[in-house]
Design a protein around this ligand. Structure first.
Ligand SMILES: [Zn+2]
Length: 314
């Protein structure tokens, strides 16, 4: 069986043909042309799926369905995008629209949930029952799967762990609240924390590394820490504390088999994952009597959303 997976972003759309084992047969990326409205965008997607079919010799009508991940609040039960700031959509009946445009069966879900579903079905947590994916990027994305089901609340409006408040009256978040976890644990926040420490410690290696690389990145503090830089080590340790705070909350609420860490920062590997796993597990309630919550690096990279979207129709 062949399925189509679509991962819609604010600037580009990833489209792929995926087999029943979660392998990408062929994929492609097209521009998100918002000026064409949602129907135009759905037509572009269908046209590109046809191009991929031609390239691979797969009969378009043999595709078993199209799954689509979208940024924003997607009510997966009604197939409607209630709200998407990135696309400028409100109450868009996207599943019906895609079925009309394609003549195929369609499903849709929020993009972070699709990525979690992809990792759950085919990634590093395959075979586990309850899994939470946390993506560290511009913000903190999350997808919660409990006992094999996506957990996203009434009208799919929940499951947004990035906006749990971890500091009362803390830093202002884009969502309107203050002190959200993503203001402390996203890649953006890590860069901000690095810049603050660099200004405070002009002697720190971080300044030299940033100059060599031409910018401050999520890697700057980790590289400095690896080379023994004191201020760099502090940035990394504080960042891991912030990250752990949210993971401990999630661990105590859900106690999943594993929490998967994705996004660019997860490439730090053991320097990030090992202390995180230790901190989280030593803080969980009655930790000596319960199985560990494993902390694992995501394995599908930026294709998790596409693969997970295809898995919605499997
Ligand atoms: Zn927020």
């Amino acid at each position: 069986m062949v399925y189509a997976g679509v991962d819609v972003g604010g600037t580009s759309i990833k489209i792929g043909l995926v087999d029943s084992n979660g392998n990408i047969i062929a994929d492609n990326s097209i521009e998100t042309d918002k000026s064409r409205g949602y129907k135009g965008i759905l037509d572009d997607i269908v046209a590109d799926i046809k191009v991929l079919c031609e390239k691979t010799g797969i009969d378009y009508h043999s595709i078993a369905g199209i799954g689509m991940g979208l940024p924003g609040v997607v009510d997966s039960r009604t197939g409607t995008v209630s709200y998407s700031a990135n696309l400028g959509w409100r109450d868009v009946p996207v599943v019906h629209g895609l079925e009309v445009a394609s003549g195929l069966r369609a499903e849709a879900a929020n993009d972070a949930n699709c990525a979690a579903w992809g990792e759950y079905k085919f990634g590093s947590s395959r075979g586990m029952d309850s899994v939470i994916l946390i993506t560290l990027g511009t913000g903190v994305g999350s997808g919660i799967i409990i006992e094999g089901k996506l957990f996203d609340g009434v009208s799919s409006a929940g499951g947004e762990a990035g906006h749990m408040i971890i500091v009362k009256d803390g830093k202002q978040c884009n969502c309107g609240l203050k002190g959200c976890w993503e203001r402390y644990a996203s890649a953006t926040a890590l860069i901000e924390q690095t810049q603050e420490a660099m200004a405070k410690h002009p002697e720190s290696l971080m300044n030299k590394i940033a100059e060599e690389q031409g910018k401050v990145s999520g890697r700057t503090a980790f590289i400095a820490a690896e080379q023994g830089d004191k201020a760099g080590k502090e940035v990394v340790s504080d960042y891991i504390d912030y990250l752990a705070t949210g993971l401990i909350n999630l661990g105590n609420i859900f106690h999943p088999n594993a929490i998967i860490i994705g996004g660019g920062v997860s490439n730090e590997g053991p320097a990030l994952i090992a202390p995180l796993e230790e901190k989280v597990n030593s803080s969980l309630l009655a930790n000596e009597h319960n199985p560990k919550v494993r902390i694992i690096k995501a394995s599908l990279g930026n294709k998790a959303g596409l693969i997970g979207a295809a898995a919605l129709v499997m």
